[in-house]
Design a protein around this ligand. Structure first.
Ligand code: PNS
Length: 167
């Protein structure tokens, strides 16, 4: 049987840390679905369509991975996709509680769905889409932390990035 995992997130926008998780996740699963899911606690910079497009371009046609979006319950999507695993990246300790809460809630809703965590690569341990957007908004240039396509799209949103320190 095919091992399918869903890798959900806001991906607003996708970062090199996310790409690292996707690459490593692909060595564990036959198929990975990168799912742009709805997070009611966040307001987004990019539309869902923009995010799908950026992820697709950043993946560059990589085999075994596809992109989708969904605005309902994550576990419902997981089952409808024929998967039983949620893949999440785990960064600094501060995230542990949030991730634990989500994993346990998802398991309570559907006991057949398991969450698997991959430790984020050390290079990306302290970065997140949120902090990348914040520094870009304030004029720094987060070139080394995001795929090229995301960099170009962020330059359009934050022209001030072009004059800032490249990080
Ligand atoms: O990248 P994020 O914002 O940390 O991802 C959080 C996300 C989108 C995975 C989470 O908010 C989610 O699962 N949303 C879908 C709706 C849902 O099922 N919520 C209950 C989760 S316990």
């Amino acid at each position: 049987m095919k091992k399918i995992a869903v890798y959900p997130g806001s991906f607003d926008p996708i970062t090199n840390g996310h790409l690292d998780i996707i690459k490593r996740g692909l060595s564990m699963f036959d198929e990975l679905i990168v799912l742009i899911a709805y997070n009611s606690t966040k307001s987004s910079l990019f539309t869902v369509e923009e995010r799908v497009e950026m992820i697709q371009e950043a993946l560059g046609g990589k085999k075994g991975v596809r992109v989708d979006s969904y605005d309902g319950l994550l576990v419902d999507y997981v089952r409808s996709a024929g998967a039983n695993t949620i893949l999440r990246g785990l960064r600094a300790m501060s995230e542990f509680e949030y991730e634990f809460q989500m994993a346990l809630m998802n398991r309570r809703i559907n006991r057949n769905v398991e969450t698997v965590f991959l430790m984020t690569g050390y290079k990306w341990f302290y970065t997140s889409s949120t902090i990348i957007k914040e520094v870009a908004r304030l004029g720094a240039s987060p070139k080394g932390l995001i795929p090229e396509i995301v960099y170009r799209k962020m330059q359009e949103k934050f022209p001030q990035m072009n004059k800032g320190k490249v990080i």
